[in-house]
Design a protein around this ligand. Structure first.
Ligand code: A2P
Length: 361
């Protein structure tokens, strides 16, 4: 991304021992994010232990309100309960919190941001910024391209989600079930209600009264907020599959104006951080195994949806590393935008006394 960060900052990672937290630390180091100090924080279970990131050992501290004294930016991935309690404590101490949990995403006073889709929303933050859900995240860059070119009327998305999104314990559970299968032992499920090994579970997060799961409903509500399309019609089925890292999505979009697959591929490829992989003749299409480890969003299988008239329907396949662009990398990219644009301090602390402005109505 263009622009330089004027001065090194004090950065904290909360949940630093978890699957996303470890990736957040790794991405900060990979991106050479300028840091005067890096504080890795977790619960009393891990405080005092040493974690190694990028071959460097770090001692984990306890995530308490006072641990945020002097912290410029804190990246949180320690669950919604921890964020509910600690994010306001950090914000009260002048820290800009980028929170990966669902605790704050739909709060109207909290920006919900994908770095290449709605970075300007960061300007009005008041100390807490929400990182979208992983399945929403990777959907946004291609949908933004269609919204801007031909308008979008309706989206149907079915997800094929990796176990890493559930956390480290789910990775261990899938590994164990694969071993149990090979050794002829029964597969024991504890993280999920059924074995994930050799299965597809149409159940991610709790069921709501409307029959959807919370994960599916996040895609609906978060998409509307990020794209600034409050009335967008969205339906989602979220499925957990026995993949370690990398979410895949089958997406069907009804556009306002006609569009061809060739035009859509051109639009997708022009979005920063989007890579088009689409050559069925050579079996080229996005794969979770290939996307894992990358910060990009991969799009392929772009085709006209013949069930919608007038060339206003598109179908495509979107894959991304759910720990990276779906969580850690986007959080670091938001930190980079805040630092480069001088928006680390909350909006009301940046405005002269008496000035109006802030979140658009
Ligand atoms: P800990 O190692 O102390 O349990 P994952 O999603 O991969 O399971 O990781 C969850 C992360 O959130 C871990 O780093 C975990 O730390 C951290 N965590 C959980 N509860 C708290 C808490 N109350 N305060 C701070 N960190 C927490």
């Amino acid at each position: 991304m263009p622009g330089t960060i004027p001065e090194p900052l004090v950065v904290a990672v909360v949940g630093a021992t978890g699957a996303v937290g470890r990736t957040m630390t790794a991405v900060l180091l990979e991106h050479d994010f300028p840091m005067r100090e890096l504080r890795l924080l977790a619960s009393e279970r891990s405080a005092g232990k040493t974690v190694t990131v990028g071959a460097r050992p770090y001692v984990v501290g306890l995530a308490t309100p006072d641990a945020f004294e002097g912290v410029d930016i804190a990246l949180f991935s320690a669950g919604g309960g921890t964020s509910k309690v600690l994010a306001p404590e950090a914000a009260a101490r002048g820290t800009a919190v980028i929170d990966n949990s669902s605790a704050w995403r739909m709060d109207p006073s909290v920006p919900l941001v994908v770095s290449q889709v709605n970075p300007d929303d960061l300007e009005w933050h008041e100390g807490i910024i929400a990182n979208p859900n992983c399945s929403t995240m990777q959907l946004m860059p291609p949908l933004m391209a269609l919204r801007d070119a031909v308008g979008i009327e309706r989206v149907v998305v079915d997800t094929y989600q990796a176990v890493a999104g559930t956390g480290h314990k789910a990775i261990v559970e899938l590994e164990e079930q694969v071993k149990a299968h090979a050794e002829g032992r029964p597969k024991v499920a504890s993280v999920y209600p059924h074995p994930i090994g050799f299965n597809a579970l149409p159940h991610i997060d709790a069921f709501l009264d409307n029959g959807y799961t919370k994960e599916e409903w996040k895609v609906v509500t978060e998409s509307r907020k990020i794209l600034h399309l409050p009335d967008l019609r969205v339906s989602c089925t979220a499925v957990r599959v026995p993949v370690f890292v990398g979410h895949s999505e089958a997406v069907h979009v009804e556009t306002r104006d006609p569009i061809t697959p060739a035009e859509a591929r051109r639009l997708f490829a022009a979005v920063p951080g989007v890579v088009v992989q689409d050559d069925p003749a050579t079996n080229l299409y996005p794969l979770a195994t290939e996307a894992a480890g990358s910060d990009d969003v991969f799009v392929g299988r772009v085709r006209q949806d013949p069930s919608i008239d007038d060339n206003r329907g598109l179908a495509f396949w979107v894959v991304s590393d759910n720990l990276r662009k779906g969580a850690a990398s986007n959080a670091v990219e938001l930190a980079e935008v805040l630092a480069r644009r001088g928006w680390v301090r909350r909006a009301s602390a940046r405005r002269p006394v008496g000035a109006s402005g802030g979140r658009p109505a």
